[in-house]
Design a protein. Structure first.
Length: 395
């Protein structure tokens, strides 16, 4: 990852005994968390608020200690805050991916109406790792999709059994249900025409983490087996998908999540392409997501507010592998800089809305992780964006 420093925007403060004090990262993260909680709660009595804050922290993680030994220790402490959350979750199960040894010679072609093909193509194009498939490969997938009919109460997928198929809902209603500790079934998601499920079967031989049952009088699905998919597509697309996986797994701010949770993030990724000099977002825009550069470069600029008319100043630049905008995943903050594509640029995009809906119980953990792992792209930028007074916390 290449990061180019720009000229300093502000004068250095005079060096004295106060400005030479170095604070550990975890201390800054703690102060920042108190600051944000204060803005959200707006207490009348500040002292009572501070006492209540530390009492709550003590209850959550026992005796809270601030360590100066580095981010590794601090991250472990923050992860401990959510131990109870992990205890109630099913552990992720991952087996080595099955690489296709040969291409299928014969595929049963299932005839479809033109309207059906158009509808199925629209669904497949919504899946991030299928967006850039060549036309011939997409046609093969469409031909291989098989039609199945299910009646009310009939199971499509059974929890803890191996999941071997991907499904697209054609007609009817279906529900994903998960067993609880008391033996009951809890509905975790509902599917309607145009929705899809079972995508994990494409890449991993793993038991299903939930069951899918038909809830309407009858329902119809289009399905393709993981074996056919792997032989058709995996040789070409697996490396690209794993490249996206490596981008997500290498983000320090996301490493506090479980492996299963990081794979869930891959499912909501979007790929965005920007031509040369295209503005990705402007200073003052409300942040709506995080970006990871997979091709090209991005230049960040800021408007100077000194004497005379405002001038656009280059703050820094970033290239492939860099990420930016992560604060907007967990805070309703405004963009502190303007981001512009340099040359044709492609980026993975994580929507704040989708992220918060997917992992609502992990927001606090990600907040602390972000401020323990400052973005290297902006270390050359001398404004501490963590305390941007323009943040609209209550929006």
């Amino acid at each position: 990852m290449e990061v180019e420093a720009a000229p300093r925007l502000y004068f250095d403060p005079p060096k004295n005994n106060v400005t030479n004090i170095t604070f550990p990262k975890e201390f800054k993260a703690l102060i920042f968390d108190i600051y944000m909680c204060f803005l959200e709660e707006k207490p009348d009595n500040i002292l009572d608020f501070i006492i209540r804050y530390f009492e709550t922290m003590k209850e959550e993680c026992g005796t809270t200690k601030l360590s100066c030994s580095g981010p590794e220790v601090a991250l472990a402490e923050f992860v401990d805050l959510d131990e109870k959350y992990f205890e109630t979750r099913r552990g992720a199960v991952f087996n080595p991916t099955n690489y296709p040894k040969s291409r299928l010679q014969d595929i049963d072609v299932i005839s479809k109406l033109q309207e059906e093909k158009h509808h199925l193509l629209g669904v497949l194009k919504k899946i991030v790792f299928l967006k850039d498939l060549e036309g011939g490969t997409i046609d093969l997938l469409l031909d291989a999709l098989q039609f199945r009919k299910y009646y009310e109460g009939e199971y499509v997928i059974v929890e803890d059994e191996e999941m071997n198929n991907f499904f697209i809902v054609d007609y009817g209603r279906f529900a994903a249900v998960k067993s609880t500790e008391d033996g009951e079934c809890k509905t975790v998601k509902r599917y309607k025409p145009g929705n899809y499920f079972g995508m994990q079967a494409f890449f991993h031989s793993r038991p299903a983490s939930f069951s899918v049952i038909t809830t309407s009088a009858f329902g119809t699905l289009w399905t393709i087996s993981s074996k056919i998919f792997r032989n058709l597509v995996l040789n070409r697309e697996y490396l690209k998908y794993m490249d996206y996986t490596s981008y997500i797994n290498s983000r320090n701010v996301l490493y506090v999540l479980s492996e299963d949770e990081r794979y869930q993030i891959i499912d909501i990724l979007d790929i965005r392409t920007y031509p040369d000099e295209k503005t990705i977002f402007s200073e003052g825009d409300l942040g709506d997501g995080m970006f990871i550069i997979i091709k090209g470069k991005v230049q960040f600029t800021v408007l100077s507010h000194g004497i005379g008319p405002p001038q656009e100043i280059i703050a820094c630049r970033a290239s492939q592998g860099a990420h930016f905008g992560e604060l907007s995943l967990v805070y309703p903050c405004k963009r502190a800089l303007t981001a512009t594509a340099v040359g044709e640029t492609r980026a993975l995009y994580i929507s704040s809305e989708k992220f918060q809906r997917l992992l609502p119980n992990r927001i606090k953990t990600i907040r602390k992780s972000i401020h323990l792992n400052p973005n290297p792209v902006f270390r050359v930028y001398q404004v501490d964006c963590a305390y941007n007074d323009e943040w609209n916390v209550n929006s």
